[in-house]
Design a protein around this ligand. Structure first.
Ligand code: GTP
Ligand code: PEQ
Length: 205
């Protein structure tokens, strides 16, 4: 099975712009990518990064500047036994990824909170992706259209993609990898405001 990690290199994580400057978003995205690549490697597989432009990373990379969906669909068309794991899964562990990779079905989906598809395995030659919006529901429909059998992997860690500032607390709580270290060095820590846990910067709630 090939394992491919899509990565947006140019202006990543725009939904974190309220708390991170453009350079910081790039650095933090690369730290999350490192965590995801390490977790995949620890399952015994060698990941390949599918990036919008060339990046400094210790892994094979393919540059494809097209939007996510056509870039991933070309990968699926090349080889039917493929896993796609998003680069913003800072909580991913080897165990959770192994559960995804070793679930035997034509299509295995790890949904994200909010309806996205954070990771998937396709072993069906005709399955294709349609990312953004409620892509999880779209992927169930597409699998049905090509008569592929589907299993969902129910995992808090794989469901937690880091998109918005409220997701940063999850990284500080559940990870000790590069992304967590990057946040701590940038001055983020956990705080509790009116009973709600948040990641706040330099002690500012
Ligand atoms: N190769 C490739 N990867 C992408 C592209 N857009 C997003 N990604 C990656 O796909 C995953 C999910 O990305 P999103 O959270 O939807 O988008 P994002 O650009 O990281 O963040 P936002 O700007 O906040 O939407 C992450 O691993 C991104 O790095 C793209 O156009 N091409
Ligand atoms: C790629 C996209 O990610 P989201 O925009 O949901 O974070 C999706 O999962 O369809």
């Amino acid at each position: 099975m090939q394992v491919v990690v899509p990565f947006s290199a140019t202006d990543p994580k725009t939904r974190l712009a309220d708390v991170l400057a453009p350079d910081e978003r790039r650095e933090f995205s690369l730290a999350m990518l490192e965590d995801v690549l390490s977790a995949i490697r620890a399952t015994g597989r060698e990941p390949r990064v599918l990036t919008t432009s060339s990046i400094d990373v210790d892994a094979p990379q393919t540059v494809d500047s097209r939007p996510l969906t056509p870039a991933v669909n070309d990968v699926l068309a090349e080889q039917k036994d493929t896993a796609i794991v998003m680069a913003d899964l800072a909580l991913a562990t080897p165990d959770t990824l192994e559960r995804l990779f070793s679930t035997p079905d034509d299509v295995v989906l790890a949904p994200g909170r909010g309806g996205g598809t954070n990771a998937l395995v396709s072993r069906h030659p005709d399955f294709r992706v349609d990312y953004h919006g409620t892509s999880y529901l779209d992927h169930l429909r597409i699998a049905g259209d090509v008569r592929a059998s589907v299993t969902e992997v129910d995992s808090h860690r794989l469901a937690t993609d880091v998109d918005e500032s409220s997701d940063l607390a999850e990284v500080l709580i559940h990870s000790d990898g590069s992304a967590c270290q990057w946040l701590r060095e940038a001055g983020f820590s956990l705080s509790v405001t009116e009973g709600r846990v948040e990641a706040s910067r330099d002690g500012k709630g």
